[in-house]
Design a protein around this ligand. Structure first.
Ligand SMILES: Cc1cc2nc3c(=O)[nH]c(=O)nc-3n(C[C@H](O)[C@H](O)[C@H](O)COP(=O)(O)OP(=O)(O)OC[C@H]3O[C@@H](n4cnc5c(N)ncnc54)[C@H](O)[C@@H]3O)c2cc1C
Length: 293
């Protein structure tokens, strides 16, 4: 199919983008990489009156790093750029390890991190990643100060987020990597490049030699209407000595706290099973990694 007719605008500045969003609200759609919007237009799942193309707003293509603040990714930062950035891999090993699992390289060449987050497919890897990393999402709207939304408050429903029709997700902030933090990433998809049936991104720190786990974060994707933080599983592991027993207990808790979809791709029961297996394996990977990158 072909898209329904729409007007096309390609502003040069963030202020112009915000003004167009204020003017057209629900009737407008932002275009970033077009990898999700394109198919939705073609299928007429969305029929906006106006497409506002972000690609001329060069300031949104910036990505910044500082030891104190971590990574700031503008709305036009493509997934493939990060994949090719050894500095990113050194300071954000979890996200870097997950990138090759997202779709295929041609899609990552165009697809942006911000676009993936706003599209909010519940099976998108970035959902689990931002939850595991305690990311902050900077949302801009005309006439209002920037709003900083915690990743855990960002996903509000299937394909829905805290970003309203008049809003631009301007920046994704990944806080500095805690020294020595352990991380794991696992997903299961039918074929490489497919959306995951279920997946997990996790991170924790360990208190000294022989100490317990702390700052445990377990972000799950493909397990319900939104990406979810497995809070019960995190609580089970928090303070426990890392090892197979603690990881198995946390994984069982994760299985119990998800409410996955039952669809043509997999049953809810199978997805719950995957959650338990993937969480246990990801936590074991994290522990085996001996900290850092
Ligand atoms: C065949 C195929 C397989 C895929 N497999 C995977 C996969 O395995 N895992 C995965 O995570 N993704 C997958 N994707 C999706 C891909 O990662 C997309 O690139 C991503 O979801 C959207 O990014 P984009 O920049 O292309 O956004 P666009 O398609 O341009 O926009 C997506 C939506 O977000 C809105 N939007 C975009 N940017 C902003 C912004 N800054 N502020 C507010 N709203 C904004 C748009 O209006 C639109 O509603 C796949 C896509 C395809 C076509």
């Amino acid at each position: 199919m072909k898209p329904a007719p729409f007007a096309y605008r390609d502003p040069d500045t963030v202020d112009e983008v915000l003004a167009l969003l204020a003017e057209h609200g629900d009737d407008a759609k932002l275009l970033a990489g077009g990898q999700s919007l394109g198919p939705m237009l073609n299928m007429r799942v969305v029929t906006p009156a106006v497409i506002v193309d972000l690609n001329r707003v060069r300031v949104l293509a910036a990505r910044g790093f500082s030891a104190g603040a971590g990574f700031a990714l503008g709305a036009l930062v493509r997934q493939a750029e990060l994949e090719d950035d050894s500095g990113f891999a050194a300071s954000q090993p979890l996200a870097a390890a997950a990138l090759p699992w997202i779709a295929h390289r041609p899609i990552r060449n165009r697809g942006t991190v911000a676009g993936s987050l706003v599209h909010a497919d519940p099976a998108a890897e970035w959902g689990g990643i931002v939850l595991a990393l305690d990311a902050r999402l900077v949302v801009r709207r005309a006439g209002a100060p920037p709003r900083v939304v915690a990743a855990e408050d960002f996903f509000t429903g299937i394909l829905e987020t805290a970003v309203e029709p008049e809003d631009l997700l301007a920046e994704v902030r990944l806080p500095p990597w805690p020294e020595g933090a352990r991380w794991g990433f696992r997903e299961f998809a039918r074929r490489r490049g497919d959306f995951a049936l279920a997946g997990v991104a996790c991170r924790f720190e360990v208190d000294g030699a022989g100490g317990g786990c702390r700052s445990v974060r377990i972000g799950l994707f493909g397990v319900g209407d939104t990406a979810v933080r497995a809070r019960r599983a995190e609580a089970v592991l928090e303070g426990e000595a890392p090892g197979p027993e603690a990881f198995a207990a946390a994984a069982a808790a994760a299985r119990g706290e998800v409410d996955p979809l039952d669809d043509g791709h997999a049953s809810a029961g199978y997805r719950r099973h995957l959650v338990e297996v993937l969480v246990e394996d990801a936590l074991a990977d994290a522990w085996a990694r001996d900290g850092g990158a």
